[in-house]
Structures are given as C-alpha cells and as structure tokens.
Design a protein around this ligand. Structure first.
Ligand SMILES: NC(=O)c1ccc[n+]([C@@H]2O[C@H](COP(=O)([O-])OP(=O)(O)OC[C@H]3O[C@@H](n4cnc5c(N)ncnc54)[C@H](O)[C@@H]3O)[C@@H](O)[C@H]2O)c1
Length: 328
C-alpha cells in the first residue's frame, strides 16, 4: 500500500487517483487544514476497493504519523503535505519551518522506525531561487530567496541524509502546476488562491478586473515567463518515480516542467479564448521577488523516468475552467 500525505489537497488528490487507476492501493494522511472532504469522497467513490482509507492527523504530531505505520503494510510514501504560499512564508517563516521541515522530519523518522524505504517528495522550483541560467537543470545552484523554498530545500537535504537509514527518495521539483482532472472530478481549491490560472478564471464573468503584476520585464511581451505543468502529467510522473524506486533506482531529484514557458499575457490570452469572452485587466507594478523567467530543463525526468508531459496549456486551462464553472 502507498501512503499519500496531503492526499486531500489539490495535487495529492489527483496523484492518489492516478495511483489507484494504475492498480495501487492508497491510504491518505491529511490534517484537513487545507484539504477538502470532496477530494476524499471522490477517491473513495471511484476506487472503493483500492482506497484503503483516510487518517486525519498532523505531521507536526510525531505520535500521530508514527501510529499510521504500525500494523500496516506500507511500501512507500508519496509526500505532498506542506504549506506552500511564498508570501505567507515571508510573513510567518516559523509556520513553514515547523510544518515543512518539522513535519517531514517526523515522517522520515516514522518511516525509518517502520523500515519503509521509499519516498516520492513534492519539492519545488523555489529551491533554486533567482535563476543563474535558463532552462534550469537539476545541477543549477539552489539558493532559495524565500522561507518556503528554504524549507523545501532542507527537506530535500534531510531526505538524502536519511539514505543512511535505508530510505531512497525521488525528489520532484515542480514548476507551476495547473489544470484539473479531465473528467471534472477534482480541481484546484486553494484559499486564498495565489496561482495565475485559477485567479484569471475566477475573475471571468464577474465584471471585476484581473490584476496583472509586472509588465516591464525583459521578456517577449514584458510579463514574466513561467513553465506550466499539467497536474495530470505531474501525477503520471509520481507513478513513474515510484516505479523507478521500486526497481531499485538510487535517490535522485528531477525537474517537472515542460521545457518551455508562457508569459502572463499569453496565459491570460488562452484563458480568454477558453472562456470565450474578454476579461477586464488592470496592469500593476512588479511584485517583489518575481524572477523574469522560470523554465525547467526536464530532460532528466524524460531520460531516467521515461516521463513525457502531454497536455498543452490550453488543455490545462480548459479543464480548470470546467472545474471553476462546476463550482459556481
Ligand atoms: N501547486 C503548485 O504549483 C506547487 C508547486 C511546487 C510544489 N508544490 C508542492 O506540492 C505539494 C502539494 O501542493 P498543493 O498545491 O496540492 O497544496 P494543497 O494545500 O492543496 O495540499 C496540501 C495538503 O497537505 C495537507 N497538510 C498540510 N500540512 C499538513 C500536516 N502538517 N499534516 C498533514 N497534512 C497536512 C493540507 O491539509 C492539504 O490537504 C506541496 O508540498 C507544495 O509545496 C506545489
């Protein structure tokens, strides 16, 4: 059985669904601080035999996560549970260190005690900080510029060091995750929502203006370039990373992105096309700490894991729009 921490959240629920689709048994551990009951209901409804249940617990509570491993046949962990808002991490770093570092430490300790030897981890492009070159490959220096990125880098380092206890890890560095389940069962539910695509789509049809930050960067149209990776492609990468570890693969890190990028204006244009009507926009000054270009070199994930992202940006936006409409 695979233990999915944070499986009631956005990416974790899509991955849990994909794991079960491929024949895996899954159990979810989530505090429900940011997760949804809806996601758990979908997992239980779609795969009643493979969904082995949900444990409500907090990784910050060592006893709570340790007890999950007792008496259960857990082969590997896919670890999503964390806080992930950059701005919040700048305002309240302690919250991030306690959860993302402390929580991961408790999880790895419980795994070591229980003899569970494989973990697939949600890391992030934020561990690289300001790019020194682009596309960013995995050997690019890691100098995070905010506490969120720093906590994820510490978790990565801890994971490598816990190799000493027989734990092998695939540390997956996501770029900008987007989209929703193609069948409309799951989607993104963050509050507050800080991601571009759901924010543009939430504005559509409301008469409100969308605030576009930073239009004077040295890019092809003045707005920031980001690498949008579809959540379904991301889920596939987790499955492949798990297989890689199962087949004896050594601990390693992999970028998950498309090797290409879209500007904020281009994303906005795709959103308008998908929605089918103009969305009012207001151009605003740059936000602090936004690098001009963040694009992944994804060749390592392709060659080592055999992964290949398939969805286009329009696919991701169309599915996110279907999800957004279903919730109005
Ligand atoms: N969304 C992105 O674009 C993106 C990009 C890079 C990395 N990531 C990483 O991917 C992971 C998932 O992101 P998401 O967008 O699905 O976030 P999310 O907030 O939707 O999901 C996180 C889940 O973890 C749970 N959780 C948090 N702390 C917990 C704890 N201490 N104990 C138990 N459960 C806890 C929350 O309740 C929630 O259900 C995070 O680790 C995030 O840092 C996300």
């Amino acid at each position: 059985m695979i233990l999915v921490t944070g499986g009631a959240g956005y990416i974790g629920s899509h991955c849990a669904l994909r794991l079960m689709e491929s024949g895996e048994d899954v159990m979810v551990f989530d505090s429900m601080e940011l997760g949804t009951r809806h996601a758990l209901d979908v997992l239980a409804r779609e795969f009643p035999d493979r969904f082995k249940g949900f444990v409500q617990g907090d990784l910050k509570d060592r006893g709570s996560i340790a007890s999950v491993f007792r008496g259960r046949d857990i082969e590997a962990v896919v670890h999503f549970a964390a806080y992930s808002q950059v701005a919040e991490s700048m305002r309240d770093p302690r919250r991030y260190y306690e959860n993302n570092v402390g929580g991961t430490m408790n999880l790895l300790g419980a795994m070591a005690d229980a003899g569970v030897g494989m973990i697939v981890f949600s890391s992030t492009a934020a561990t690289y900080g300001e790019p020194e070159y682009t596309p960013i490959d995995e050997v690019h220096p890691q100098h995070p510029i905010n506490p969120y990125g720093a906590t994820k880098l510490m978790a990565e380092r801890m994971m490598s060091d816990y190799g000493r206890y027989g734990i092998r890890s695939a540390r997956l560095r996501y770029f900008n995750v987007a989209g929703a389940d193609p069948e409309g069962r799951l989607g993104e539910c963050h509050d507050p929502e800080t991601h571009l695509i759901p924010n543009v789509l939430k504005t559509a049809g409301t008469g409100r203006e969308f605030s576009m930050f930073g239009t004077d960067y040295d890019t092809r149209d003045g707005t920031c370039v980001r690498d949008y990776i579809d959540v379904n492609d991301l889920a596939e990468a987790h499955l492949l990373a798990l297989r890689y570890l199962r087949e004896g693969g050594a601990s390693d890190c992999f970028n998950l992105g498309t090797n290409g990028g879209s500007t904020v204006r281009e994303v906005f244009g795709v959103c308008q096309k998908v929605v089918g009507e103009p969305i009012p926009v207001r151009e605003c000054p740059r936000r602090e700490g936004d690098p001009a270009v963040l694009v992944a070199d994804n060749r390592k994930a392709k060659s080592v894991l055999g992964w290949s992202p398939r969805s286009t940006l329009e696919d991701s936006v169309s599915r996110a729009w279907a999800w957004e409409r279903s919730r109005r």
